[in-house]
Design a protein around this ligand. Structure first.
Ligand SMILES: *Cc1c(COP(=O)(O)O)cnc(C)c1O
Length: 455
């Protein structure tokens, strides 16, 4: 059928954003400052720059500059895999028999398989520009480690990845992709760091955790000359870089005279969601246009819907800055049977403040519903989605079905953050009927929240 709006809207290179958008500059209530975990005082740029790259510290702390120019070197790298397509889900609309128009922004068309490359390349660029030798980081499922390895290879930086031990063993292909790009990958906890040695002594045979891998990566960066630590989510610099997703989406919609009514994103640490909604939220805050924003999180890790808005540690080692955010407590660990990703206990501080101010909604969904939606989507739209992204698919379908009932033709836009090729163990569990829906009890959440720091 001839259709006025193409199935895939691609921007030309000249239409790609030249600036990242810093939503904080337009927020009325700014997110609370980062605090030193020991003194509980706001952290200065100087203190932060012991751990993070100088330029990234500036971006992290800046709440007045609305636009940051994207350096040409980064734009050139972006051109190798961006713009990402904004896809009109005609086939899904037809299948659902909904009057809603559904669009999704697909970020999985690069080798790392997710949106994380958008920030990885920026962080590697600033590390290189500062004359550093390399960076350290942690990775859980492996998407961030892969993206960072690619970015470091491009700029000739050394990349040391601490990978949560159980993923290291269960996802050998992820590990080999990282090594292909020249990264060294260490299963965490390891005997290379003091933190790792201590944890191994206390819990021999542990399969590791993200919080422990973060502590190992930070310790390594601060002990090595010419190294800094980098992080793929949660921080404001990351949502800033991810605004490229929202800016491209906005330009693509405007090109065809479309206006979104509902914008949906999955929420782990909040970076893709924060980036996707940024320019639209800016308009909403300024009273120019109105939108509904929906964050979708797993019911086994419900930071926004059941967590508390408070200062908390970002890592289990309690060495990273304290952040005011919606949190389940840094000791909260989602059930081992949870396979859908988005396992982080906290949330980006901008996203948290927007939610606290009632500018955004949040819902939690069960993992079996998420995989049902993922499979349904794959069979209709062809793309095999990452479990994380499928949280957004689930809610987009729900909203489209509400339109079917009410007869309203709303325009729904959601972020499809990545592909699911490395998550076939999770799909296998789903197909074999071995997936359950663990929902934490109030007592479990209260217990984790009782260990919040006193600020
Ligand atoms: C890391 C990841 C997420 C979650 O991270 P956010 O910071 O919340 O965006 C979502 N989808 C995919 C594919 C990821 O790799």
């Amino acid at each position: 059928m001839e259709r006025k709006i193409p199935y895939k809207i691609y921007l030309s290179e000249s239409e790609m954003p030249k600036y990242w958008y810093n939503l904080r500059a337009d927020m009325v209530n700014k997110p609370a400052p980062l605090l030193d975990p020991e003194t509980k005082k706001p952290l200065s740029a100087k203190e932060l720059s012991k751990v993070f790259c100088d330029e990234l510290v500036k971006q992290e702390l800046d709440e007045t500059t609305p636009y940051f120019e994207i350096p040409e070197e980064i734009r050139d790298f972006y051109k190798m895999y961006r713009p990402s397509p904004l896809i009109r889900a005609y086939c899904l609309e037809e299948k659902l028999q909904t009057p809603a128009k559904i669009y999704y922004k697909f970020e999985g068309n690069n080798t790392s398989g997710s949106h994380k490359l958008n920030s990885a390349i920026a962080q590697a660029y600033y590390a290189k520009k500062q004359g550093l030798k390399g960076v350290t980081t942690e990775t859980g499922a492996g998407q961030w480690g892969t993206a960072l390895s690619m970015a470091c290879a491009y700029f000739g930086l050394d990349c040391k990845v601490f990978m949560v031990k159980c993923s290291y063993e269960q996802k050998p292909f992820r590990r080999e992709v990282m090594r292909t790009y020249g990264a060294s990958v260490t299963p965490s906890p390891s005997s290379l760091t003091k933190v790792g040695q201590k944890i191994l002594e206390l819990h021999p045979g542990t399969t590791g955790s993200l919080g422990c891998a973060i502590s190992e990566a930070v310790e390594t960066a601060t002990n090595l000359n010419g190294y800094r630590y980098v992080l793929g989510s949660v921080l404001n610099q990351v949502t800033l870089h991810q605004s490229v997703i929202g800016l491209e989406t906005k330009t693509a919609l405007e090109k065809y005279g479309e206006k979104a009514d509902i914008i949906i994103g999955c929420a782990g640490g909040g970076s893709n969601l924060g980036g996707l909604i940024a320019p639209f939220m800016g308009e909403k805050i300024k009273g120019e246009k109105d939108y509904r924003f929906i964050a979708v999180e797993p019911s086994s890790c419900p930071s926004l819907t059941r967590g508390k808005y408070a200062y908390d540690y970002c890592d289990t080692g309690m060495i990273c800055p304290l952040t005011k955010m919606y949190t389940l407590g840094s000791g909260y660990i989602p059930a081992a049977t949870h396979a859908g990703g988005l396992r982080y206990h906290g949330m980006n501080s901008v996203v948290s403040q927007l939610y606290a101010d009632g500018l955004m909604e949040a819902v939690s969904v069960k993992q079996t519903e998420v995989f049902e939606a993922a499979e349904y989507f794959a069979r209709i739209e062809g793309i095999l989605p990452a479990p994380e992204s499928s949280h957004a698919i689930k809610v987009a379908i729900d909203e489209a079905l509400k339109c079917k009932e009410s007869g309203e033709s709303k325009t729904i836009v959601f972020g499809l953050t990545g592909t699911g090729y490395f998550d076939m163990y999770a799909y296998e569990k789903f197909h074999d009927g071995k997936m359950d829906d663990y929902i934490p009890t109030d007592a479990e959440i209260e217990n984790a929240l009782s260990k919040l720091p006193n600020v």
